[in-house]
Structure formats: structure tokens, C-alpha cells
Design a protein. Structure first.
Ligand code: LMR
Length: 283
């Protein structure tokens, strides 16, 4: 039977069959047999809050859901959207470790909306180079909170005839980093991004499913277990997806000096968010 928000989803014309489940009594039925689990659950920000302010409530929600994943579909790939992503992904990893089913390739923090926003804003500023925003790419690395969101504007494709620099560059980077807050403020207490985030989640899930079905060459930015920055167990960068999740972490490519400083400035915050998640999961 389709219930709740499932009824809304069931009207979308795809080949998917929609079923709705609700509450802990139905979590076993919901998860058994899943190959891909998307976790967007949690409370949203209100104006004035950071994503980290959600930790107290969302950390426990993610821990408990991932505990059920470990029990009922331990081999599933996880797409984690619940904030603060910089901490909830490490929480998920620790829970899977405790249950002896951790596969670092299978836990992906969804940072796709950062990439979508970067593409949208870049295309608006450079219409002469980017005729079609869907053909544009902007890698975004680091994490998914404030200044840990680092767009690599030196790597925009198609190549820009006038690169971003000076005040235009700093204003654009700041806008991309604060884009989630822009939505939170605009919704004035009614939550954070839902529609753009739903499309971002769909893009990421579709990429995972295509790669799981054997399609090659699918690349997405995601916050994953990585050795790109030696001090950080998790970091967002380009990843090649495969049948089992992250086939290869591709890293940041050739960054310019401004981007290198941004990455190095983000290390302390990312490390503390990762440690906070790991400590919580093991407490
Ligand atoms: C976003 O980037 O829109 C989400 O992470 C939600 C938020 O709190 O900003």
C-alpha cells in the first residue's frame, strides 16, 4: 500500500514502483533487499543556525537509521543528505564498522547541490561562455558547510574566456558557500532547501544506479572516505562511481593558489566535524 509522501511520489511517471513505509515497525520491510538507501532525514535549519547546530538531533537520527541499514541491507550503498553531512557521514561509517559491514566505497555524503549551485551561478555570470548550464561543470571539493564548500572555479568547463578573479571571485565563492543559508533565510523559519535538494539527490542516486548497473565513466563530487588530504578521513572531491559505489577517488585535480589556501583553511573545521561524528558514534 502507498501511504504518506509515497502517494505524492507515486504520481511521477517513471518505471519505478512506489511503496510507502512508516515508523520503526516497518523499517525492516522498508530496507530489506535495498541496494541503495538515501537518508535525508532530520530537522532543517532556521535562520541564524549553522548546519552543525543540527548535530544534536540529526546525529542520533542518522545513527539509528544506519544501524537498521546494517541489520537489514548491510551491502547497500548509502547516500547521506542529513546535516551536518561533514559529521553524519563519519557517524554512518562508525556504525557500519561496529556492525562489521563497513565498506568505505559505499558511504557517500551528497554534495551534489553545491555543484548545482556553482554551475547555476557561474553560468549566470558568464553567459557568453556557457550557453547551456546543463553542459557546464564546476567541481566542488572539501565538505558541505560554510567555508568547507570549495568550488574549483579554475576548473570550470567549458573553459571561460574571462576567469574569475579579485572581488568577483571572492563574491562568487562566498555566494556558493552561503547558498544553503540564502534559502534558509528566504524561507524565514519554514526550513531549508527541499526542491533543489530533491533534484540533487535524484541526480546523485541516478548516477549511483547507472554505475551499479555497469555503466562506466560516471563521475560525481561526493564527501567520501578519502586519502586526498592526509589529515582527513573524509573529504569531498570528484569520484568515479562503479558497481560497488566509489570505484576511484579522483581528488581535486590541478588547483590554483587561491583554491589551495581555501582547502588548507578548511582542514581544521573538517577535522573537528569528523572527530565529533566519530566520538558521537562511539559514545
Ligand atoms: C543545503 O545546502 O541547502 C542543505 O544542506 C540544507 C541547509 O541547511 O543549508
Amino acid at each position: 500500500m502507498v501511504t504518506g509522501v509515497g502517494v505524492d511520489l507515486s504520481h511521477i511517471s517513471t518505471i519505478s514502483e512506489v511503496k510507502g513505509f512508516c515508523g520503526n515497525d516497518q523499517i525492516e520491510e522498508a530496507l530489506t533487499g535495498c541496494d541503495l538507501v538515501i537518508i535525508p532525514a532530520g530537522i532543517p535549519r532556521k535562520p541564524g543556525m549553522t548546519r552543525d547546530d543540527l548535530f544534536k538531533i540529526n546525529a542520533g537520527i542518522v545513527r539509528d537509521l544506519v544501524q537498521s541499514v546494517a541489520k537489514y541491507c548491510p551491502n547497500a550503498i548509502l547516500n547521506i543528505i542529513s546535516n551536518p553531512v561533514n559529521s553524519t557521514v563519519p557517524i554512518a561509517a562508525e556504525v557500519m564498522k561496529k556492525n562489521d559491514c563497513y565498506d568505505p566505497k559505499k558511504i557517500l555524503g551528497v554534495t551534489t547541490l553545491d555543484v548545482m549551485r556553482a554551475k547555476t551561478f557561474v553560468a549566470a555570470l558568464r553567459p557568453e561562455d556557457i550557453k547551456d548550464v546543463t553542459m557546464c561543470d564546476v567541481p566542488v571539493v572539501g565538505g558541505h558547510a560554510g567555508t568547507t564548500i570549495i568550488p574549483l572555479l579554475s576548473q570550470v568547463t567549458p573553459k571561460l574566456s574571462k576567469p574569475f578573479e579579485g572581488e568577483e571571485l571572492t563574491a562568487l565563492v562566498t555566494r556558493i558557500q552561503n547558498a544553503g543559508t540564502e534559502v534558509v533565510d528566504a524561507k524565514a523559519g519554514a526550513g531549508s532547501a527541499t526542491l533543489s535538494m530533491a533534484l540533487a539527490a535524484e541526480n546523485m542516486a541516478t548516477s549511483c544506479l547507472r554505475a551499479m548497473s555497469g555503466e562506466k565513466g560516471i563521475v560525481e563530487c561526493a564527501y567520501v572516505a578519502s586519502e586526498v588530504i592526509p589529515e582527513l578521513a573524509f573529504f569531498a572531491s570528484k569520484c568515479e562511481l562503479g558497481e560497488n559505489g566509489v570505484e576511484k577517488v579522483l581528488g581535486c585535480g590541478e588547483m590554483d593558489s587561491y583554491e589551495k589556501v581555501q582547502v588548507s583553511n578548511a582542514v581544521a573545521e573538517l577535522k573537528s566535524s569528523i572527530d565529533k561524528g566519530v566520538e558521537f558514534a562511539n559514545a
